[in-house]
Design a protein around this ligand. Structure first.
Ligand code: FAD
Length: 295
């Protein structure tokens, strides 16, 4: 049973990948092709998100369990407090352990339907991720991760309070954090500074997603909580009618951001893959993180 933390504290640069549970058989095939493609590159861990509905949630358990059973990869399952009583959360955590998953990303989650709608906790549930961190810790020998927000969580008054909240999650027992998608290395590095200034040295992984299509560019604000930085928009927007040129420039932009992060001492990059491996593999290749026989 390998802990994510053991895979982060290595003195070499590495990466992790995030997948979503498959919706159907076709989706499952795409996901497993990506998992197999990336397995050879030895990611530090692979995480699988946790959805809002019942069947999607079961698939997180099934997918992470299969990763644990059938691959050499270290799986991490996401878990949210949305619509769950504490008893149900205990049950899911028990299932994770039963299928061999001992790394959990503990999240509060968003109200189903409208992420900015009113958060209503389950009558027998939890209010904040801090409580879920404590619960997972109580239930066994788990490595626990949490979410971090380089631009500040959208519901939080300001970025200083947001950093206080993140450090509270570390004090509650979280071992590391993964950053929300961010396209500005400086913004991520300033979050790291705020956390260090509060006396915490818990690792924070930047969340990275290659921008390969105009559609993805249009979704950046929704996914990251902030508009595309001007310097990226001015490079990519003129190319929206030329898919090949757009893709090439999108890979360049992300590679350059990763290079800046690595030059500032970041040694683990977390890739949001949307269950595809090609663009992630390309960026990793450009960063020299693909063993030559697999590139
Ligand atoms: P919390 O840390 O509980 O924070 C929620 C809000 O409460 C924040 O505004 C915070 O400032 C505030 N707060 C915290 N503690 C207190 C307190 N004591 N008093 C007052 N206010 C407080 N969502 C999914 O549904 N499934 C996923 O798989 C998933 N994966 C994610 C992975 C990553 C890497 C990230 C960054 C996000 C992910 N999310 C996922 C989205 C996440 O659930 C939402 O962003 C959610 O709004 C915040 O979750 P949290 O765990 O950060 O909550």
């Amino acid at each position: 049973m390998t802990s994510v933390l053991e895979r982060i504290h290595v003195d070499r640069v590495t990466f992790s990948v995030e997948f979503m549970p498959p919706r159907d058989d076709a989706d499952e095939q795409i996901l497993w092709n990506s998992i197999r493609e990336l397995e050879g590159l030895d990611p530090a861990f692979v995480s699988v998100t946790y959805g809002a509905g019942g069947s999607r949630r079961d698939r997180t358990i099934r997918t992470t369990g299969r990763v644990a059973r059938e691959t050499t990869l270290v799986p991490m399952a996401h878990l949210t407090a949305v619509d769950h009583s504490v008893a149900e959360l205990r049950n899911v955590i028990g299932w994770y352990a039963a299928v061999g998953v001992h790394n959990v990303l503990a999240l509060r989650g968003d109200p189903p339907g409208d992420p900015m709608g009113e958060w209503v906790k389950h009558p027998q549930g939890l209010s904040y991720a801090t409580e879920l961190v404590q619960l997972v810790r109580e239930l066994g020998d788990f490595c626990v991760g949490v979410a971090a927000f380089p631009y500040g969580h959208p519901r939080c008054a300001d970025i200083e309070t947001d950093a206080d909240r993140l450090v509270e999650k570390f004090h509650a027992g979280a071992d590391f954090a993964i950053g929300q998608l961010c396209y500005d290395a400086e913004t991520f590095l300033r979050l790291r500074d705020r956390v260090v200034a509060r006396g915490s040295d818990a690792p924070i992984l930047p969340g990275v997603m290659p921008l390969t299509t105009p559609r993805m560019l249009a979704k950046v604000e929704e996914l990251s909580g902030s508009p595309v930085p001007e310097k990226i928009a001015t490079r990519l927007e003129p190319l929206v009618d030329d898919p090949a040129a757009f893709r090439a420039a999108g890979i360049d932009v992300i590679t350059e951001m990763c290079e800046q992060l690595l030059s500032e001492g970041v040694n683990l990059l977390h890739f949001y893959t949307f269950n595809r491996s090609k663009a992630t593999k390309e960026v990793l290749g450009r960063l020299g993180l693909v063993p030559s026989k697999t590139s």
